[in-house]
Design a binder for this molecule. Structure first.
Ligand SMILES: NC(=O)c1ccc[n+]([C@@H]2O[C@H](COP(=O)([O-])OP(=O)(O)OC[C@H]3O[C@@H](n4cnc5c(N)ncnc54)[C@H](OP(=O)(O)O)[C@@H]3O)[C@@H](O)[C@H]2O)c1
Length: 163
């Protein structure tokens, strides 16, 4: 299994506020869709709530300390991060080897060092958020790929791999 995080962060590492995203860049949403479609996604319960409904063509593993039963075939609740990773492993084959950790802040923080790859979209500017990506996220990782957006100056797609 390859464990990857995918995140969009502002220059001051804000990623969300009031359980919502802070910006709307369709190009970045497309990048997210391209990199998660067909795959297993691991997320925190708050991020799952923020989606409103499960995303099509993806399997959701949602982490919550509460006992929650899923009403959707492509959503499975677990109670720990370890359980999320173990459950993802049982689904490899049916789904690709790369499993995407899609947030939010709590889950990014607790899984970063177990990850092989970090897909980081740099959003230009400072934003007033209430949830943040670790400012030191590059520690232990090396830059593997960097691509500028042609549409939005300052928006950059980076991929970091474990050193
Ligand atoms: N910019 C981006 O790329 C991006 C991506 C994703 C999300 N976001 C933003 O991030 C924000 C949400 O992030 P967040 O940090 O507040 O919440 P989160 O990480 O999505 O979810 C937190 C919840 O996950 C569960 N949890 C966390 N650690 C756990 C553990 N060790 N064991 C069991 N359960 C655990 C708890 O659920 P229970 O309370 O149910 O127990 C906790 O309340 C939103 O604003 C969202 O829009 C941004």
């Amino acid at each position: 299994m390859i464990l990857s995080q995918i995140v969009a962060t502002s220059e001051n590492f804000a990623i969300g506020k009031d359980n919502k995203l802070l910006w709307h860049f369709p190009e970045d949403l497309k990048y997210f869709k391209t990199n998660t479609s067909g795959k297993i996604m691991i997320m925190g319960r708050k991020t799952y709530d923020s989606l409103g409904k499960p995303l099509p063509k993806r399997f959701h593993i949602v982490i919550s300390r509460s006992e929650i039963k899923s009403e959707f075939p492509n959503v499975h609740f677990v109670k720990t991060i370890e359980e999320a990773i173990e459950f993802a492993k049982t689904k490899i084959g049916e789904y690709p080897e790369e499993v995407m950790v899609v947030g939010g802040a709590e889950i990014y923080r607790q899984t970063r060092l177990q990850c092989d790859l970090l897909y980081v979209t740099r959003i230009p500017g400072q934003f007033e958020g209430d949830t943040f990506y670790p400012a030191n996220f590059t520690e232990g990782f090396s830059l593997k790929n960097r691509q500028m957006s042609e549409q939005h100056p300052g928006l950059v797609y980076e991929i970091w791999s474990k050193s």
